[in-house]
Design a protein around this ligand. Structure first.
Ligand code: FAD
Length: 482
């Protein structure tokens, strides 16, 4: 009888343990994707993620078709849809790769036990992580709350499992039963009026082939300078693999080993570059470790004292932030990069998040939700863990009182202003000396650069020193609470 492979955040053929297990049997295989938007389902996807998923599913359907596996799309709830598909297909087995968010785990557990009770064989695999969260525990058998000991412990367990190449079946698989399904464009319509996705299309190629291209480009040109330049948004030194990882179009094991092999093969790539890059993959693991062991981190402060923080409600200021009109060039460049491409450089993410939380004193959850809607890599683990990290409310977080100065951050990490010139064209003609502080520039300089403050480019919406003090004072009110 046929085997069903239930695809979720693992939209690839390569190093996909569930798919490999199914195809290896030589029986008919049906691939299934369920968009579960029910109340108890995983968090509803944001707009940019839905755009990505549409194209990624199309790419997956094409790749699966080449090996004779149809991809069937259905609407959830998964707890109902999955058993229905199994019975329609006359299938006795189902396989999937695990997920780690609480609603996803609850659904998978329920399904596994009910399917097994009904006589089906249901098996799950690790397709998403270098190490399972329950395998990396401290001496007392507890989860880690601090990154460094977590990463040491992860590495002390030995090297991650080797990625497995996809082995196409030697003979065409027996024909799978044909099942009804939704059309991708009906299930996840692409934006049309307005079509806001032009910048996304120009920037990304969702799907497994696009992921492999990004990996190769990173290994060829960026890994050799990663440690020195990963913090510099004007240098284009990072891998841009995050949305591909988010949707599982490439596995972290594949990336981990490809970077290791390239470092061994190429003299100009030092171990320092490799170690730095692998430790960033380690941060992703740590976020998943936290999400698994502390499932509330998506909505609740990891440190409960932040529950009493005097957040400000200010729709108008929030909107100015989302539009990239704050008057702080690094913040504005980042927010516009996000809107245009669905991505933002990591250093800039830290600065814009800090600005919202500290300079504007707006709850980190509002910023997190905006990122969730607009990022193509919006990730249930990384997004919440990172926002809480910046807020100071998280596990192993930056202390709240560390308040980024958006001007000096720009001067330090983008000294010639390349990044700002790219995203804030109205400042493109400003000399580097003042591109991060146009409000302090002499009048003649502004005139020469064609900048009219308050007209072509806004004045700072809050004054840094005052805003900083206000945030510190607010923090005092919760500082000593447990
Ligand atoms: P590279 O530097 O090439 O790193 C390789 C991979 O390592 C990344 O693709 C990512 O999977 C992982 N990684 C790198 N940095 C981090 C980090 N700080 N934390 C966790 N994993 C990391 N990342 C997301 O994938 N999804 C999100 O929704 C997300 N939201 C964020 C929100 C805020 C406020 C901040 C400060 C960071 C957020 N990050 C998020 C982490 C980080 O900014 C991105 O992973 C990174 O910018 C992706 O670019 P890259 O693929 O070129 O990274």
């Amino acid at each position: 009888s046929p085997i069903v492979v239930w695809f979720r955040d693992d939209l690839r053929l390569d190093d996909n343990p569930a798919l490999a297990a199914a195809v290896g049997e030589g029986r008919p295989v049906v691939a299934l994707y369920v968009l579960d938007e029910s109340k108890d389902g995983p968090r509803a996807l944001g707009g940019a993620s839905r755009w990505w998923l549409n194209l990624s599913l199309k790419a997956l359907a094409r790749d699966l078709d080449k090996i004779g596996v149809p991809l069937v799309l259905r609407k959830g709830p998964a707890v109902k849809t999955v058993p229905a598909v199994l019975s329609e297909a006359g299938a006795g087995n189902i396989v999937w790769n695990r997920r780690y968010d609480a609603p996803g785990i609850a659904i998978d557990k329920e399904l596994k036990s009910s399917l097994r009770e009904d006589g089906f064989v249901a098996e799950s695999f690790n397709g998403a992580l270098l190490a399972e969260p329950w395998d990396v525990l401290n001496g007392e058998g507890l989860p880690y709350r601090v990154f460094s000991p977590f990463f040491r412990a992860m590495n002390a367990r030995g090297a991650p499992a080797q990625p497995q190449d996809f082995k196409a079946p030697s003979e065409r698989l027996p024909e799978a039963p044909s099942l009804e399904g939704e059309e991708i464009d009906d299930l996840l319509p692409l934006p049309s009026r307005p079509d806001w996705a032009g910048g996304l299309r120009d920037t990304w190629t969702p799907g497994e082939a696009g992921a492999r291209k990004r990996l190769e480009a990173f290994l060829d040109d960026r890994l050799c300078r990663y440690a020195a330049q990963r913090d510099m948004p004007g240098e284009d030194a990072t891998s841009l693999l995050s949305p591909h990882l988010r949707f599982g179009e490439i596995s972290p094991r594949r990336i981990w080993y490809a970077a290791g092999d390239r470092t061994a093969a190429q003299d100009e790539i030092s171990d320092k570059q490799l170690d730095k890059f692998r430790s960033e993959l380690g941060w992703r693991e740590f976020s998943y470790h936290l999400l698994f062991h502390f499932p509330d981190i998506g909505h609740a402060n990891f440190q409960p004292r932040f529950d009493d923080f005097p957040w400000r409600k200010d729709k108008k200021q929030f909107r100015i932030w989302t539009k990239g009109q704050t008057g702080y060039p690094l913040v504005d460049a980042g927010m516009r990069e996000l809107w245009h491409t669905g991505y933002m450089h990591n250093r800039v993410r830290m600065v814009v998040a800090s600005f919202l939380i500290k300079h504007l004193m707006i709850d980190w959850r509002e910023g997190e939700a905006w990122f969730w809607d607009t990022l193509v890599d919006a990730d249930p683990a990384n997004n919440t863990a990172s926002w809480q990290w910046v807020a100071g409310s998280g596990a192993d977080a930056a202390p709240y009182f560390r308040i980024f100065n958006p001007t000096s951050q720009g001067e330090k990490f983008d000294p010639d202003g390349t990044y700002v010139r790219r995203w804030v064209p109205e400042l493109a003609e400003m000399p580097a000396s003042h591109i991060y502080k146009p409000h302090e520039a002499p009048r003649e300089m502004l005139e020469k650069a064609g900048v009219r403050l308050g007209d072509t480019y806004p004045r700072p919406m809050v004054e840094h020193a005052k805003a900083r003090q206000r945030a510190l004072d607010a923090f005092q009110t919760i500082k000593n609470a447990s």
